[in-house]
Design a protein around this ligand. Structure first.
Ligand code: COI
Length: 360
């Protein structure tokens, strides 16, 4: 992409103390923007002070939700270096979401440049405390001003940053998950594997019901049989039954999670038996009852590796590993976090160091 203009803020915000950070409530001083027009392509990359977007009320994204996003993190290592975790893979997934939502792709190096440039400029916002990081939220929205339903001819790419702590209020403690056969997240042929706004909008009713019943999140089942585990919406799901780790396959309805792929790779490196195969809620509940369900956890950029202590389904709760974090869950969490903070060997080359300009 080469050079692009940077307009620095003249009113830097106050940074929150690291130990007050939750998820996504604070944003940094700057944002990256770039426009797309049919016939002209992606153009006008720039960094500006963080601030509101001005949109005509007839802007198509506000009506028809043609919007995609991704989420990745930058970590301040013990050595002071700032590292992005699997930025290329996130950029590729972002483009896959674009394709699924009828949007033009962005060159991966342009996406990467935007990550590096904005994190470099707002490097002081990368928190220091263990368990904290700077969350990157690249987004594309349709900006055609018209009420006809049509893939947009003009779009806006923006990247914003947010210093974050744990996603769940439980921190890294086990969460309570409710499997539902009432609400469906996605069906094959739909948008389930895209990181698109609509998937999250339509998950809110299930989330509301789960919270009202005392659970943290919803485990969605497939839309046809209402039996096969799909995903949690903010996480992919994994179970350890006996000595086999099982996770639903990538078959079009679930997100190709970067933490999912990374933990699968690590477990294969460790010689564990790992299966990406369909598994029913009846099988998991039966394993919970006879205690062969040894561990269950979710994986996601925001949630990292999050133990499930209780699984509810049709009025029954099963406790997993006595409601405590399992050994493998903890090992995966430690391994992922160790790589992210540059504490352990990054054998697969998953991290990249962000260059911080001297003037930042
Ligand atoms: C992420 O881990 O980036 C997610 O998808 C969760 C986010 C929607 C809060």
């Amino acid at each position: 992409m080469g050079q692009f203009p940077i307009t620095r803020t003249t009113a830097p915000k106050r940074k929150p103390a690291d130990d007050t950070l939750t998820f996504g409530k604070v944003t940094t001083d700057h944002m990256f923007l770039m426009n797309y027009e049919e016939g002209k392509g992606w153009h006008n990359p720039r960094i500006e002070p963080y601030g509101p977007l001005s949109l005509d009320p007839a802007t198509s994204v506000l009506h028809y939700g043609q919007a995609i996003f991704d989420g990745l993190k930058a970590f301040r290592g013990d050595d002071g270096q700032i590292r992005l975790f699997r930025a290329d893979r996130h950029a590729q997934r972002f483009n896959r979401s674009a394709k699924l939502m009828s949007m033009p792709e962005l060159p991966v190096d342009v996406i990467r440049d935007s990550f590096d440039a904005l994190v470099g400029l707002d490097a002081d916002w990368v928190p220091h405390k263990a368990g904290t990081s700077l969350y990157l939220r690249p987004t594309i929205i349709a900006t055609d001003v018209m009420l006809g339903v049509h893939p947009a001819h003009s779009l806006l790419y923006f990247l914003i940053l947010s210093p974050v702590g744990s996603y769940y209020k439980e921190g890294v403690k086990p969460v309570r998950i409710l499997a539902t056969d009432k609400h469906v997240r996605a069906v094959k042929g739909g948008t389930g594997e895209a990181k698109t706004a609509a998937n999250y909008a339509q998950s809110l009713a299930g989330q509301r019901d789960a919270e009202a019943a005392g659970y943290t999140q919803v485990l969605y089942l497939d839309g046809v049989h209402r039996q096969y585990l799909d995903e949690v919406g903010t996480m992919n799901i994994m179970v350890k039954i006996g000595d086999e780790v099982i996770t639903p396959p990538l078959a079009g309805t679930i997100l190709d999670g970067v933490t999912r792929a990374s933990t699968l790779q690590l477990m294969r490196d460790w010689g564990l038996k790992v299966s990406e195969r369909p598994i029913t809620i009846d099988e998991v509940m039966a394993a919970g009852r006879d205690s062969s369900l040894k561990e269950m956890w979710g994986t996601g950029t925001a949630a990292v590796v999050s133990p499930v202590g209780t699984l509810g389904y049709k009025g029954e709760d099963v406790q997993i590993n006595g409601g405590q974090t399992g050994e493998l869950t903890q090992k995966l969490y430690d391994a992922i976090v160790g790589i992210q903070y540059g504490r352990t060997n990054d054998a697969h080359g998953w991290t990249s160091v962000v260059k911080v300009p001297v003037t930042a």
